[in-house]
Design a protein around this ligand. Structure first.
Ligand code: SF4
Length: 389
């Protein structure tokens, strides 16, 4: 059914504790569900494998939540279901998000043994005061130890996630943290500005005046400082928030940004297949209950009982989404390639982008549009203008 290999995202919606800034679909104090959840997840994976007629999978990403917190043999069950039900390429990139506090040599060996070949470590900061502000359950020393153990275990592809723009964080502290990260020479760095999302405890604290507001100008300065420091260290700034050494770009996330097909399994996971976007129900309990129901006969995409909603995209929608995603990448956007892919004019996109060039947000070079540094900082403004009328 799908010629192009797909990217498979596997959601693990459990965390030992919920961080104050987190608005992901993940839950603390729900670990009692894990033994039933994983077989339900394996059933969804098998169902999709059958419904899609065992397509090729080029990348697998265990995200969450905290995949590193649940017993490795349960993750192995999910991975086994993927390998049984899909044609997982022998060179597949298999990433696991991990919390530094969860790492032991035994767990690392188990993850390696099951085929995980890329780790994404939620370091967030090398400053314990910042980690406490974020209510993370690990310390900077845990992150250092976890990184060293991961290298000793043979992991050769490691991403570090760091957060900047925290209230009271100084430029010097941010630069210092970045230098510490660079001392480890990770293959990949993902840097995210702290956003205070509605509905989170942090948002409530800020509203009540119990936590300071973040300063967007300070945050922008930290982003620019990161661009400078990471360029000096020869990292390629290949996506707005992501830097990598050559050949270590995250293949899984590149599939999203190139608008290639992807399948997300687990509660709240989103998918894009056959020109349709669809997403699953959020509740892990309801998800598990629905996937436990017996299903006679062959699975079809329409029969998967945890899909909450589907939306078919027009060619104009697909063109706009592809343009917005492509602009996130350093590779840039080619209107000619868009027209060839969708068979409709990309004149509106090209015209809009040209109109943003005088403001210094976009540059046009030999048929390719790219965001400038200023454009990356104001990317949401650019993207809003590219949405279909
Ligand atoms: S560990 Fe990650 S997913 Fe879990 S609550 Fe914290 S930020 Fe959210």
């Amino acid at each position: 059914m799908h010629q192009q290999p797909i990217a498979l995202y596997i959601h693990i919606p459990f965390c030992q504790t919920k961080c104050s800034y987190c608005n992901f679909n993940t839950y603390a104090r729900l670990e009692g569900l894990i033994p039933q959840y994983v077989p339900a997840l394996a059933t969804e994976i098998a169902a999709w494998g059958e419904a899609l007629e065992r397509p090729q999978v080029a990348t697998i990403f265990f995200g969450g939540g905290t995949p590193s917190w649940i017993p490795p043999h349960l993750l192995a069950q999910a991975l086994h279901a993927a390998r049984t039900s899909f044609d997982v390429r022998t060179d597949a990139e298999i990433t696991m998000e991990m919390n530094p506090g969860d790492v032991t040599p035994e767990r690392l060996a188990a993850w390696r043994g099951m085929g995980v070949n890329r780790l994404s470590m939620g370091v967030q900061s090398f400053d314990d005061a910042m980690l406490r502000f974020l209510t993370r359950r690990h310390t900077a020393a845990d992150a250092v130890a976890a990184y060293r153990l991961a290298r000793q275990a043979g992991f050769a592809d490691i991403n570090l996630d760091l957060i900047y723009g925290l209230p009271n964080q100084t430029q010097a502290q941010w630069r210092d943290g970045l230098r510490q990260a660079l001392d480890f020479a990770p293959e990949h760095l993902s840097l995210y500005a702290l956003t205070v999302e509605e509905g989170t405890p942090l948002h409530a604290q800020v509203q009540a005046g119990q936590a300071p507001q973040a300063d967007p100008d300070a945050s922008a300065d930290m982003y620019l400082a990161a661009e400078e420091l990471l360029a000096q260290a020869d990292y390629r700034h290949y996506e707005i928030s992501n830097w990598a050494t050559p050949g270590h770009e995250c293949r899984h996330n590149l599939a999203y940004w190139r608008n290639h097909p992807f399948l997300g399994v687990g509660p709240g996971a989103h998918s894009y297949l056959g020109g349709q976007r669809f997403w699953n129900i959020n509740s892990p309990t309801d998800y598990t209950r629905r996937m436990q129901q017996p299903h006679p006969g062959r699975w079809t995409p329409q029969a998967i009982p945890v899909v909450e909603e589907r939306s078919s995209l027009s060619d104009e929608d697909k063109l706009s989404e592809t343009a917005i995603l492509a602009l996130r990448l350093e590779d840039g956007l080619s209107p000619a390639a868009l027209e060839a892919a969708f068979g409709i004019s990309a004149h509106r996109v090209a015209h809009t982008l040209r109109s943003l060039a005088p403001a210094g947000l976009v540059i046009e070079d030999r048929g390719l549009f790219r965001l400038t540094s200023k454009g990356r900082l104001l990317s949401n403004e650019v993207f809003l203008r590219l949405l279909p009328a």
